[in-house]
Design a protein around this ligand. Structure first.
Ligand code: ADP
Ligand code: MG
Length: 485
């Protein structure tokens, strides 16, 4: 039975009949070795990879283990093969080689390479790791890709040029130069679009690659399901067998302990194999609350790029591109000059809202048979325009800043001068000056009746610190984004 070798077993000499029993390894000895291995590889790796190993034969200088799957054997051989051999030899076992073989399955499965499953369409799809070529769609737990989210349809401007360039580099599929690529930015700034674009491009350029895109939420859902079905091994196998893993909105797993743990191990396993990882989040790794420190630092190891809020030119560029698309769809509809400029000027929140506005304009115009001019725009988009008129207030700023620095709202306007309170207060003053049309005396009144010179001092102080204190600069950027979202 043990002659049936998977692709992960090395040439099997022990089965050619010339067996020489060198030593019968008792279960107790293997037990001792396992304990030593646990110290060496850590509890988690031990539970995952060493504990399930069953030593079934130790003859002819070969130690053979039974493993649950071929992927498993492959993995253990590559990562722990030498450790295991050395430990065995330390007990005088005289092992030249360790081998891993899958226990005979209840229903015989075809050998991986020569699988004739294609003749039988009804056959169960093969497991991801066993089927070396592209994983069958139904085996991949990824989210479907939006065919519209390509590099072609992505408009590049100053706020996103770095993120775009990094995404392009990853999409070339060359040697992994930064791992992970971490994209972050506010809602609707194009993170998901760029990730899908990477996936599309890789699939075109290198169809043999297994590219897996999914949201962090789906990752968690899959993991919880695997726990419930007792198929964690399959889960691990699947996620460790991809060539490119993309996880969207990773902030979602913050505070979800076992999912974080599993994510961390998946992440490390892939990085160790030099597989590309792309992650997105709504903020920088260091800013994600309730995310384990070790994960934060791992996420920071690669290239961290942010998508800045859109500027006028980028918004106009995006609108022009979408308008062109719609002009083809709604033949005969024209847009009066100035309408796109007006929208780019007025709707500054996020690209999704901008797109929504344009979609609605075209639909509405075609329905009522009117040209798209300023009148129609005002009628049709009154609610969106009103909402984007909303101005940030000093009170809102105080609330958000207090929340961010974990101080009481009352301390914002109170007299305390301790640094850990005074600094956030100055941050709030600075943001009030920046984001609201209020004058210094008006702001002063809202900070417990402070004099306008105090506010000016606070604003200056923050401006000064900003250039030297990168943590403060990050805080300000995050707060601005949250307030303007
Ligand atoms: P995020 O994932 O950052 O929240 P998305 O990638 O879902 O944002 O983008 C929201 C919408 O805006 C999508 O329809 C996307 O195509 C569009 N979009 C965002 N940025 C751009 C861009 N630079 N060029 C073209 N479309 C964009
Ligand atoms: Mg997204």
């Amino acid at each position: 039975m043990m002659c049936k070798t998977g692709r992960f077993t090395r040439p099997n000499q022990a089965c050619n009949g010339a067996e020489r029993v060198e030593q019968r390894m008792t279960n107790e000895t293997w037990g001792e070795i396992r304990e030593q291995l646990q110290k060496r590889v850590g509890k988690n790796n031990y539970t995952t990879w060493i504990e399930p190993l069953k030593l079934v034969q130790l003859t002819g200088g070969v130690a053979r283990f039974e493993v649950p799957t071929s992927f498993f054997g492959d993995w253990v051989l590559r990562n722990y093969g030498d450790h295991i051999r050395n430990h065995l030899n330390a007990t005088g076992a005289g092992v030249d080689r360790v081998e891993f073989a899958v226990a005979r399955a209840p229903q015989p499965a075809a050998a991986p390479a020569e699988d004739k499953a294609a003749d039988k369409p009804a056959a169960r799809p093969r497991k991801a790791a066993a089927a070396k070529p592209r994983v069958a769609e139904e085996d991949m737990p990824g989210a479907p890709l939006d065919h519209r989210f390509t590099f072609d349809s992505f408009v590049v401007g100053k706020p996103n040029e770095l993120a775009h360039a990094a995404a392009r580099r990853v999409a070339e599929g060359g040697p992994v130069t930064f791992n992970p690529l971490f994209l972050y930015g506010g809602v609707g700034l194009g993170k998901t679009h760029l990730m899908h674009a990477i996936a599309h491009e890789l699939q075109t350029r290198q169809p043999q690659l297994r590219v897996l895109y999914l949201s962090a939420e789906q990752f968690m859902y899959r993991f919880v399901q695997a726990l419930r079905d007792r198929s964690v091994m399959d889960f691990k196998e699947l996620f460790r067998s991809v060539d490119v893993l993309m996880v969207d909105d990773v902030q979602f797993i913050a505070g979800k302990d076992s999912t974080q743990e599993e994510f961390f191990h998946t992440f490390n396993a892939l990085v160790d194999q030099n597989k590309q990882i792309v992650i997105s989040a709504d903020r920088a790794p260091g800013e994600i609350k309730d995310l384990e420190e070790r994960i934060k630092s791992r996420l920071q190891c690669g290239l961290v790029v942010d998508l800045h809020p859109t500027d006028y030119e980028l918004r106009l560029g995006i609108l022009q591109q979408k308008a062109e698309f719609y002009r083809d769809q709604y033949k005969g509809l024209t847009i009066a000059p100035g309408v796109l400029e007006f929208l780019a000027h007025r709707i500054t929140t996020n690209v999704r809202v901008l797109e929504g506005a344009l979609t609605r304009l075209f639909a509405f115009a075609s329905l009522v048979g009117r040209p798209i001019d300023m009148d129609l725009t005002q009628d049709c988009l009154a609610d969106i325009l009103r909402a984007s008129d909303r101005k940030v207030t000093v009170e809102e700023i105080q609330r958000k800043v207090a929340e961010h620095y974990n101080i009481r709202l009352s301390d914002m306007i109170g007299p305390k001068r301790l640094r850990n309170i005074a600094r956030p207060r100055q941050v709030a003053m600075y943001l009030s000056k920046q984001l609201t049309p209020r004058s210094l005396p008006e702001i002063g009144r809202r900070f417990g009746g402070r004099d306008h010179t105090t506010i000016m001092h606070g604003v200056r102080k923050i401006e000064e610190l900003m250039s030297t204190d990168s943590q403060l600069a990050d805080d300000l950027q995050l707060l601005k984004r949250l307030l303007q979202a």
